[in-house]
Write a protein that binds this ligand. Structure first.
Ligand SMILES: [Zn+2]
Ligand SMILES: [Zn+2]
Length: 72
């Protein structure tokens, strides 16, 4: 019996992992990257250099550690 791999994104079925990987990279990878970028854009940015920061950092100073050092 052949093992069938099901695509987690669109339920298309594949017999080989390599086949599935090609499909995934062609059909879903760009979307995946786009989603990652969108997630990144939602993150707070340093008020001075616009560097992406974590929410924890941003809650404290609104500016990144590098800029904080320059100012203080
Ligand atoms: Zn798919
Ligand atoms: Zn900064």
């Amino acid at each position: 019996m052949r093992k069938i791999i099901k695509c987690s994104q669109c339920n298309k079925e594949f017999y080989h992992g390599a086949e599935y990987r090609v499909h995934w990279e062609e059909k879903h990878l760009s979307l995946f990257i786009k989603r990652e970028q969108m997630e990144k854009e939602k993150l707070p940015k340093c008020d001075f250099c616009k560097e992406v920061m974590t929410y924890e950092e941003y809650e404290f100073y609104n500016i990144c550690k590098d800029c904080l050092e320059k100012i203080v």
